[in-house]
Design a protein around this ligand. Structure first.
Ligand code: ASN
Length: 296
């Protein structure tokens, strides 16, 4: 989780505006930066970082030599960044996951860029060559963006909606269902999607832990996580966290922050909603939704 903030063309003094960016400081404990966009009046980015990938060179606004006209702030993880870099032969200048957005945008434009991303994310991308600002988020809006009409004049685009299959979905190869209901194929497809959903989240370079309520969702996530962590030879044991009390999430996150070194926390949160929402999802689409909801 990071805090991202941007200001485009406000008349209010920058030092006043920047104080509003400090309200999201809790989202990024590792570092923060404010940067003016040179040559543009009152155009500024603010960023609070929780470093998950490439701690050294992943600071934002992300800018690279090859595209000096692009400025990017984003929150989240792009699970398929390595696959995309390889697939399109990009030459990355950092190891941070979000750099792939800059290469994809330059090569394919904003719509295809967004459609190719597999992850949970929200981003603000400024193109000073074309004088354009793009604000976007992942298909399911895992990481939302808020706009304050006073300071932000850009429109948020829905790049693709839940009923469109994003282009990266082809990466998970599943058995096709024969006509009629084949329970074994359905079960094995769910297992594949579920395991892949957990596996791709292991890209975090910080210590991973897991919330464990003892219910079905979090137990499944924890069991799969422990199994895959062994397979991937993560150099530490997975810590799990449970608590019974009111306002549970707050207490758990405070405890984790103060008493443990786990930084990236898995949970089964959202699985119920995904499974119950059968009105908008077909039976085949369900595992894919479940997959995304096994969230970091
Ligand atoms: N943490 C984030 O939201 C951004 C990026 N994935 C990083 O590791 O810095």
């Amino acid at each position: 989780m990071c805090g991202i903030w941007a200001l485009f063309g406000s008349d209010e003094c920058l030092s006043v505006q920047v104080t509003s960016a400090m309200r999201i400081a809790h989202r990024g404990p590792d570092a923060f930066r404010f940067e003016n966009v040179d040559g543009f009046t009152n155009c500024c980015f603010g960023f609070h970082r929780l470093a998950v990938v490439d701690q050294l060179y992943g600071m934002q606004p992300l800018r690279i030599k090859k595209f000096p006209f692009l400025w990017l702030v984003y929150n989240g993880e792009i699970y398929n960044h390595l696959t995309l870099k390889k697939q399109f032969d990009f030459e990355p200048q950092t190891a941070v996951d979000g750099e792939v957005l800059l290469h994809l945008y330059d090569r394919f434009g904003i719509r295809k860029m967004a459609a190719l991303l597999d992850g949970v994310f929200a981003f603000i991308l400024l193109d000073t060559e074309r004088n354009k600002v793009f604000v976007g988020r992942d298909t399911y809006g895992e990481f939302d963006l808020k706009q304050n009409g006073k300071v932000c004049s850009v429109q948020m685009e829905a790049f693709h909606c839940c009923t469109d299959e994003p282009e990266h979905a082809v990466c998970d190869s599943l058995e096709t269902l024969p006509s009629g209901f084949d329970e074994e194929t359905v079960k094995s497809n769910i297992r594949t999607l579920f395991e892949n959903a957990v596996r791709k989240r292991l890209m975090a370079q910080r210590r991973i832990g897991c919330l464990l309520s003892g219910g079905l969702d979090s137990s499944l996530v924890a069991a799969t996580l422990v199994k895959l962590a062994k397979e991937e030879k993560l150099p530490y044991k997975i810590q799990t966290f449970s608590i019974g009390s009111e306002d549970r999430m707050y207490l758990v996150s405070k405890y984790i922050r103060e008493k443990s070194d786990s930084v990236v926390i898995f949970s089964g949160e959202g699985a119920d909603d995904s499974l119950r929402d059968t009105s908008t999802s077909t039976r085949l689409r369900l595992p894919e939704r479940l997959q995304r909801r096994a969230s970091v």
